[in-house]
Design a protein around this ligand. Sequence first.
Ligand SMILES: [Zn+2]
Length: 83
Amino acid sequence: MIVLRSIYQNHLVFNCLCGHVGKVAVKDLMLKYGGDTFVEAVEKAARCSRCKGKNITSTQIIYIGSSELAMSSSHTPKDNKNL
Ligand SMILES: [Zn+2]
């Protein structure tokens, strides 16, 4: 059993029976369910945003990393005169 707190940097990917693949940041799930919630419990509670069903066939824990953050901090404003 894995608690959300231990994988807070990751995302969960839910594969639905209808073919829809949903990706949710664990941080967002922690806000909703709390950090001590098990991934398995989230999987049971998850509802597909496309077919509105609860037919999750598999769940994956993926790591996206902080490239988003790195990109925003690498941005140099055009009006920066200190170059
Ligand atoms: Zn679905």
